[in-house]
Write a protein of this length. Structure first.
Length: 196
């Protein structure tokens, strides 16, 4: 059995095996293959990139939260009236939330796309149809659509209850499918003939 970790690992019978990767190499490869759905990804490549995405998005959330907290703390110190502070905080929160949601949304979708790509390659490595990832993606896209449309659709919209019921059903299904997909992504890869 060949234990070399190059991109063309084969074993004695000519079957292809996805190479195991370290943390930095996995992140580099995932960004290098930003639009490359072909090939396979090892368990280590997928999970190291998953950890990188989690840390990156958590850092963005923390940075914006800290910035918001210190902005409000400085206003509180300059204000003698607690009511003025509460009103200023609410106004500041609204404007900061819009900026925060936009920044996090742009970064999230920019960095989640290569996670989708490596997820497709990972599913191929374990020998499972890549269409499984579409089941989770549909729920995420529905959530994005509802988030974008919600400010424009008021409660007087005639189908708002129907849309809320469908959204709840899709969200619950999405949670279950996300758990199933995460379990599948933990499986070890299969040595298969190179057909991609």
């Amino acid at each position: 059995m060949n234990t070399n970790t190059t991109n063309t690992d084969t074993n004695d019978d000519g079957n292809y095996a996805a190479p195991s990767r370290g943390a930095l190499e996995a992140v580099r490869v995932c960004f290098a293959k930003y639009f490359d759905f072909s090939g396979r990804a090892s368990r280590s490549e997928f999970w190291w990139f998953f950890v990188f995405v989690f840390i990156f998005l958590t850092a963005i959330h923390l940075a914006i939260t800290i910035q918001f907290t210190f902005t409000n703390a400085s206003k509180f110190l300059d204000t003698d009236n607690l009511l003025e502070f509460a009103i200023a905080s609410a106004d500041n929160f609204k404007s900061t939330f819009r900026v925060t949601a936009t920044v996090i949304g742009v970064f999230s979708y920019a960095i989640l796309f290569p996670l989708l790509v490596v997820g497709v390659r990972r599913l191929r490595d374990i020998g499972i149809s890549v269409w499984w990832i579409l089941l989770v993606a549909i729920g995420k896209l529905w959530g994005l659509l509802i988030t974008i449309a919600s400010p424009f659709v008021g409660h007087e919209f005639p189908y708002v209850d129907w849309i809320n019921n469908i959204t709840g059903l899709i969200n619950n299904t999405d949670y279950v499918m996300s758990i199933v997909l995460l379990v599948l992504l933990c499986l070890s890869g299969k040595s298969q003939k190179k057909s991609f």
